[in-house]
Ligand binder design. Structure first.
Ligand SMILES: *Cc1c(COP(=O)(O)O)cnc(C)c1O
Length: 424
């Protein structure tokens, strides 16, 4: 076996397939001049179409990460590219100092898809979360009557809501927090999945509960079926807002428009992002009714790029695709197929399997291999996936993936696990 060392990376030495000079050079430039806040797999992607990407040397890979669900509709989706191209030729940015002719149709369609009155458009997921927190606090002071600066928000252990200083203030992932304090006060953490603990943490100053209906970064953690309904009942009874962070779980991934739909729960605010921008531009949103989002007055909140006409045109095209229900159905049917195929590997290198729709969290037997090692071996076989938290890998292919491609990906995983078990 030949190995080649990439400067600055240790794990590249574990990769069976040597890097080509072209990829090694691209990686070297990133290593030297991009901040090291990621540890990518050693593959340099150049193009993508549907569920497949091609590297700079022409090798093809099935994309089973889909940019953390931002590419739900596939790479280079022709409908979304057409919406983008058409708008690029008209106007791309006006700022909200003026109206633009794309924002109105976009927010109307997204509000309708969500069954709510209003949309607050932003750009990244973290901005949607920050905006949701500001809205909840303002609602608490102005509507609920909480004393000034006393508001608290309840969050769950194992959460991932983004990377800003306020958001990491209520993370319990030490690698996300260490070295970045001081932290924003006003958050209380309770165990995810424990409705009684959540109710016990509520007091008269609680303005909101902020949860992922399925925890993505934690490893596709699905709570007990009665958890979200209980949270809905408790928050309603205590006059506390229920904010569902559906940035990764929403917009088709789980086989429904929102993961909350799977258990018939309607939160007060949806936080959306990732797939809302069609994998083309960052588009995020807070979606809710006028009695809550209506608390914001001119000048109190904003974003230079939020609601820009290019983003709105693409976001509208995304909402129209979801409005047909076709993608949710694909995720449901193909997801059931994927989970059934993966189920057969439980006990053969997989110790636990979780998920919903086309979203799978797979715990690899830690005695066999790390999640990283499995992902590198998968990459060598033409499947791109990403590890999280040591021995967990996740599969989240574009919802446009074919059943045959899914079967092939599971075959590759089975072969990788088989290889590791013969080695160990
Ligand atoms: C990705 C993600 C975010 C943050 O989105 P960014 O666009 O990376 O800022 C927030 N919440 C959840 C659940 C996410 O998965």
């Amino acid at each position: 076996m030949t190995t080649q060392t990439t400067p600055g990376t240790v794990d590249a030495q574990l990769t069976a397939r040597p890097l080509t000079p072209r990829q090694a050079e691209d990686i070297r430039l990133e290593e030297e001049h991009a901040a090291h806040n990621y540890h990518p797999l050693p593959v340099v992607v150049a193009t993508g179409e549907g569920a497949w990407v091609t590297d700079v040397d022409g090798r093809r890979y099935l994309d089973c990460l889909a940019a953390y669900s931002a590419v739900n509709f596939g790479h280079s989706n022709p409908v979304l590219l057409e919406a983008a191209r058409a708008q690029l030729g008209r106007i791309t940015l006006t700022s909200r100092a003026f109206h633009n002719d794309q924002l109105g149709p976009f927010v109307t369609a997204l509000a309708e898809l969500s069954g709510k009155d209003m949309v607050l458009p932003m750009n990244t997921g973290a901005e949607a979360v920050e905006s949701g927190i500001k809205v909840a606090r303002a609602w608490g002071y102005r509507v609920k009557g909480v004393a000034a600066d006393q508001a608290n928000i309840i969050v769950a252990s194992g959460n991932f809501h983004g990377r800003t200083t306020t958001i990491i203030s209520f993370s319990d992932d030490e690698s996300a927090r260490a070295g970045f304090g001081p932290f924003t006060p006003g958050f209380r953490t309770v165990a995810y999945g424990d409705a009684a603990a959540l109710e016990a943490a509520i007091d008269e100053n609680t303005v909101a509960v902020l949860l992922e209906p399925i925890q993505g970064e934690a490893g596709i953690v699905v709570p007990p079926a009665d958890y979200l309904p209980a949270v809905r009942e408790i928050t309603t009874r205590h006059n506390v807002l229920f904010i569902a962070d559906e940035i990764q779980s929403g917009l088709g991934r789980t086989g429904a428009t929102f993961a909350c739909d799977l258990v018939d729960v309607v939160p007060d605010l949806y936080l959306l992002g990732k797939a809302l921008g069609g994998g083309i531009v960052p588009v995020s949103a807070v979606v809710g009714n006028a009695d809550i989002l209506g608390v914001l007055q001119p000048g109190e909140h904003g974003s230079t790029f939020g609601g820009n006409p290019l983003a709105a045109a693409i976001g509208l095209a995304v909402v129209r695709m979801l409005a047909t229900g076709e993608y949710q159905e694909r995720a449901r049917v193909l997801g059931a197929h994927l989970h059934a195929a993966l189920e057969r590997l439980v006990g053969h290198g997989i110790v636990e399997l979780r998920g919903a729709g086309l979203w799978a969290g797979i715990d690899i037997d830690p005695a066999l291999a790390s999640g990283r090692a499995v992902c590198e071996a998968l990459m060598d076989r033409g499947v791109l996936a990403k590890d999280t938290h040591g021995s967990t890998i996740r599969l989240a292919p574009p919802l446009t993936v074919s059943e045959a491609d899914l079967d092939w990906a599971v075959e590759q995983l089975a072969a990788v696990l088989e290889d590791f078990s013969t080695l160990s």
